[in-house]
Design a protein around this ligand. Sequence first.
Ligand SMILES: NC(=O)c1ccc[n+]([C@@H]2O[C@H](COP(=O)([O-])OP(=O)(O)OC[C@H]3O[C@@H](n4cnc5c(N)ncnc54)[C@H](OP(=O)(O)O)[C@@H]3O)[C@@H](O)[C@H]2O)c1
Length: 349
Amino acid sequence: MSKYVLPVSVFGTVIGCAVLVKNHMTGGHCPSKATINGKTVVITGANTGIGKATARELAQRGGRIIMGCRDMEKCEAAAKEIRGKTLNPHVYARRLDLASMKSIREFAEGIKQEEQRVDVLVNNAGVMRCPAWKTEDGFDMQFGVNHLGHFLLTNLLLDKLKESAPSRVINLASLAHLVGEIDFEDLNWEKKKFDTKRAYCQSKLANVLFTRELAKRLQGKSTGCCICTGVTVNAVHPGIVATELGRHTGMHQSAFSSSVLSPLFSILVKSPELGAQPSVYLAVSEEMEGMTGRYYDVLLEKEPAPQALDEEAARRLWEVSSRLVGLEEEGQCAKVDPLAEGQSEAAQT
Ligand SMILES: NC(=O)c1ccc[n+]([C@@H]2O[C@H](COP(=O)([O-])OP(=O)(O)OC[C@H]3O[C@@H](n4cnc5c(N)ncnc54)[C@H](OP(=O)(O)O)[C@@H]3O)[C@@H](O)[C@H]2O)c1
């Protein structure tokens, strides 16, 4: 064994622990006490983790909550638990599998028919570092669920969001976008060797690029304050949170990991309740009114990675995504509206 292995491991562990302690200490509760009676919130992947905690807090604040999940048994159980704990009867479980365009379309159609309004859409569901699985439509699972599924869902619900304006879209991104790269030649890992970490980072970078491009399209020009459609969209890294997200990683796969590292990790990371605070803040706070196209690291606005600021990549990703999910030919995607652009410019001068 090299003489450097031990010191490097100790150094790595100390740095890792310091990062986790900092994460644990930073970003408290949403400072806003706003209630959302009469507002409808759609949350994806709400049966567990950050999504479930977000659903619970928004139900506590009086919202009508639609939980979109792929496993109806888990979803009904979570909805029942939230109704019981918050005494809010308006918490509903609906089937949504983001790995199936058919399921996404059925879910969106149900929302359009059953709901009078959608005030907040929280694109929360996510899969991390799974094997080289494909979605029902043949996309890489992480790119398909984390990005394409939410891209399609958001576009299908845009008219409803516009009718309900001022309304908000929140995209759960991640710090992982910092090392993400979009490989436009091979988005679905068909040509190169599959790398599950890079696939997750690519999907999370896509979340930030999508946020910025959608904000631009919704307001008709570059990011800043939303004054056109009244629909805002922001991305957030929730912090490092103890959830089931690591289910495909080594953390749960060896006896040492699950008996020693996993409990240590659980002490240092945030609870799902604390991890839900950034989403709640973006969904309800008065300060977020009109804010759009931004990236939040827990409760603080930060500049995302340089590759997430690449406007050409954001535009290209939008076009490719529209084509892949079959929105282009239907003309359903948010387009830059020249009239809105003119209005926006007039209003800003
Ligand atoms: N936890 C963290 O430290 C952390 C850090 C940065 C970013 N995030 C982001 O936060 C979001 C929430 O993650 P989490 O930590 O709460 O993870 P989690 O506990 O694993 O929850 C993920 C949720 O997404 C759902 N989901 C997965 N695939 C789906 C599909 N095909 N269709 C519909 N729903 C699907 C899961 O449903 P099932 O239970 O049926 O699988 C579950 O409800 C993710 O976007 C993640 O990338 C988390």
